[in-house]
Design a binder for this molecule. Structure first.
Ligand code: ADP
Ligand code: ZN
Length: 722
């Protein structure tokens, strides 16, 4: 037997199939999609079996060393999917396969995650003739009743009784895997759908592949619609995938699914340990869990027979893997799997991405609408506060009006959510005298001040230094902490409202395992009056008593040099506004901004998605951006600034020679020009149709693949332009 093997090495030069001979004694363990260990040059490496061939013994082939897995790791479908992803993203096939697997299954020598087992005992033979002691009977009776007994339970009854039963060959040991996570099996009765919800559900054809856009305002009951579709799939014996952005994959969201579907769900998110992820992955692959809820990578869940794929908050840029190869979009993968399983893909959002909405209007996607909130109330009233006027009266971060409205809520024992928009914004130290700011010596980035350790840190490379008392440039004692951290706003808020209870939720306070859940439960139980946080409070939360949402600084996202900054701002503000008044009480929203006339803010006020869409589309058309044009970003990076600029110019000339109708911009320095001592230039391609493009890009990759000093990263349909 000969097998075709793809080895787990990242080098582009070895991203192809190598043949190996299989020794006779290993033949029966060989299956397509399992991993094996093979000699490779002077190394031994792990690889995937992709082909099994008839042994014709034409060449001298090396033999495989051992077989790593008992079960197939990559099913036929996933093997195909990897090939498609590699084509779509121009990445190596092995990087696609590695992305599809949980970390615990990725090749890293010496790091094995153990499975955990429980030991049970069953009866080995008929015991009616046996003479048993009372304690022994006690054990046997439990087995007769439940078919088996857990070892620890039997030991509790009597160690010697158990040992005797084993010694007399009456019991058989059974090992069962013990998963690290467990879900409550109990389910709650489901809600009766509204007419609008029923209508939407009835429009989805579960028997065939199609993409639907579910455009529903915040609180319109989209999640209930998802669950109904999942249940219908389940009735047909089919499984489902629900993707949500990591940030809205809250314990609240998971528990809603758990209450409806019990232990049929598997939830995959970043708060799980590697071992827990590994267990969840195996529960799915064995068919023990049939509803997978997770962030981007959950789209690769090894489910069989998928009946529906749901992508909630479809506008979120978290579905695109931007930081490493393969730079895939989970939406594209969903479409591929939808086709393979012949099932619908549902994209849901209150603020769909422009690309998606444009496709829905064209009829490429089927448009489903939920224009009303379930509670029958209108969307909350939004008040815009011009901070240019306020700043004269107030030194802090709060306008008089927002403070008054918070006070009102405290009086009425209702709750508030306050958003501190920190995207592209953090606390940094600067000299008031000369304007000096501390920058990372390795990266072109301002250092962030950490109060607890009193240090300045680079959030990209981890560089850190102690803070100074005096400015290193002018020597004045004029350093001050600029930028707003949640901690500082919390301190300020506590001064205004001495007796109120404030819950601060940001990356720092929620990173400890279980904290996020604890905080949400505590807020729900009214142990706090105000929830203050970063983007983490904007999405997916559903609290009955929240009647005021305040946005402390709406503008930070508008200043990001990205053509999507208005879209992202509109969408974030609409999302957070949607947290207010979700139940019987009327909600209100206050947005503080220095740009009260910006259209992203004005349309948030009027809850006018279509208005925003039209205005933004005009801008996109004029500036030749998506959805009118497609984009490709080519990042050229290396240590020698001059050399990479030259190389980027060379690439540009080659592109100009070979592409007819593509606009080529740059090279321009990346937003973060220097990262970890590596300089970075971008070339941006804009095109509508360019038949040659893939082959030209492949040639560029091919040309640079063995150059060590210059790195080329190609991002097709990038989600951000940094
Ligand atoms: P969305 O996902 O569109 O923001 P949700 O599905 O979270 O909306 O629904 C908003 C609130 O309304 C939730 O508290 C949910 O439990 C409730 N809800 C949704 N559908 C119904 C229904 N048919 N009957 C009663 N309550 C519902
Ligand atoms: Zn750095």
């Amino acid at each position: 037997m000969v097998v075709g093997v793809l080895v787990e090495l990242s080098n582009k030069n070895v991203d192809k199939i190598f043949d190996y001979k299989v020794p006779k004694e290993l033949e029966e363990k060989i299956k397509i999609g399992i991993r094996i260990i093979v000699p490779f040059g002077r190394m031994t490496v792990q690889g995937f079996v992709l082909e099994i061939k008839n042994d014709d013994n034409k060449y001298e082939l090396k033999e495989i060393i051992e077989v790593s897995d008992e079960d197939i790791i990559l099913t036929g479908e996933l093997l195909e999917l990897g090939k498609e992803i590699s084509k779509l993203t121009l990445s190596t096939l092995i990087s696609a396969y590695q992305t599809m697997l949980p970390k615990a299954l990725k090749a890293k020598r010496g790091r094995v995650i153990n499975k955990k087992f429980d030991i049970y005992y069953k009866l080995k033979k008929d015991i009616s003739d046996e003479k048993l002691t009372a304690k022994q009977w006690e054990i046997i009776n439990i087995i007769l009743e439940k078919k088996e007994i857990l070892r620890s339970e039997a030991l509790n009854i009597s160690t010697s009784a158990l040992n005797t039963l084993i010694k007399n060959d009456l019991l058989e040991e059974v090992k069962k895997e013990h998963y690290r996570l467990s879900y409550n099996e109990e389910v709650l009765p489901k809600k009766e759908l509204t007419e609008e919800q029923k209508q939407v559900v009835s429009l989805v054809d579960l028997e065939r592949y199609d993409t639907y856009l579910l455009h529903g305002v915040t609180g319109s009951g989209k999640t209930e619609v998802y669950m109904e579709l999942i249940e219908k799939a389940l009735e047909k014996g089919k499984s489902s995938i629900v993707l949500v952005p990591e940030i809205s994959l809250t314990p609240q969201m998971v528990s809603r699914f758990q209450q409806r579907f019990g232990n049929k769900i598997a939830a995959i998110h970043s708060a799980l340990s590697d071992g827990e992820k590994y267990d969840e992955w195996r529960r799915i692959s064995r068919g023990e869990a049939s509803i997978v809820i997770g962030a981007r990578s959950a789209i690769f869940a090894p489910l069989k027979n998928i009946g529906v794929i749901i992508i909630d908050e479809e506008h979120s840029d978290s579905y695109k893997q931007s930081d490493m190869n393969p730079r895939y979009n989970a939406k594209d993968v969903a479409f591929l799997r939808g086709k393979m399983h012949n099932c619908p893909v549902i994209l849901g959002s209150a603020t769909p991405s422009l690309e998606t909405y444009a496709r829905a209007l064209k009829g490429v996607y089927k448009l489903l609408n939920l224009p009303h909130r379930v509670n029958g109330k209108s969307l909350p009233n939004v008040k815009i506060i011009d901070m240019n006027k306020e700043i004269k009266f107030s030194k802090g971060h709060f306008s008089k009006e927002l403070l008054e409205k918070i006070e009102e809520r405290l009086q009425r024992k209702e709750q508030c959510i306050l958003l501190l928009n920190r995207r592209g914004y953090s606390s940094f130290v600067s000299c008031k005298n000369c304007g000096f700011t501390f920058k990372c010596p390795n990266c072109d980035i301002t250092l962030t001040y950490h109060k607890t350790s009193n240090t300045l840190r680079c959030h990209y490379c981890g560089y850190g230094e102690k803070t100074f008392d005096v400015c290193p440039k002018c020597g004045e004692k004029a350093l001050s902490n600029l930028g707003v951290g949640t901690q500082r706003v919390e301190e300020e808020l506590q001064k205004y409202f001495k007796n109120s209870k404030i819950l601060r939720m940001d990356y720092d306070t929620t990173s400890k395992k279980g904290m996020h859940e604890k905080m949400i439960n505590a807020f729900k139980k009214h142990e706090y009056d105000i929830l203050l946080g970063t983007q983490i409070v904007a999405k997916g939360l559903d609290f009955e008593d929240v009647t005021l949402v305040g946005v402390i600084n709406a503008d930070t996202g508008l200043n990001i040099p990205d053509f999507r900054s208005s879209e992202n701002t509109f969408s974030l503000l609409s999302q957070v506004a949607g947290r207010s008044g979700r139940s019987s009480k009327v909600g209100e929203v206050v947005i503080q901004t220095f740009n009260p006339n910006h259209y992203a803010i004005m349309y948030t006020k009027s809850h006018d998605y279509i208005g925003f869409y039209k205005e933004e589309m005009n801008i996109r058309r004029a500036l030749k951006y998506p959805p009118y044009y497609y984009l490709v970003n080519i990042k050229v990076s290396g240590k020698d600034e001059k050399e990479i600029l030259n190389e980027a110019l060379k690439i540009k000339r080659a592109l100009q020679r070979n592409l007819k109708s593509t606009i080529i911009l740059g090279p321009s320095s990346a937003t973060i020009f220097k990262l970890n001592n590596i300089y970075r230039y971008n070339l941006v391609l804009k095109y509508k149709k360019e038949d040659n493009l893939t082959s030209v890009l492949e040639k560029i990759i091919e040309h640079y693949k063995s150059k060590v000093k210059i790195k080329i990263d190609i991002d097709i349909n990038p989600s951000q332009m940094l």
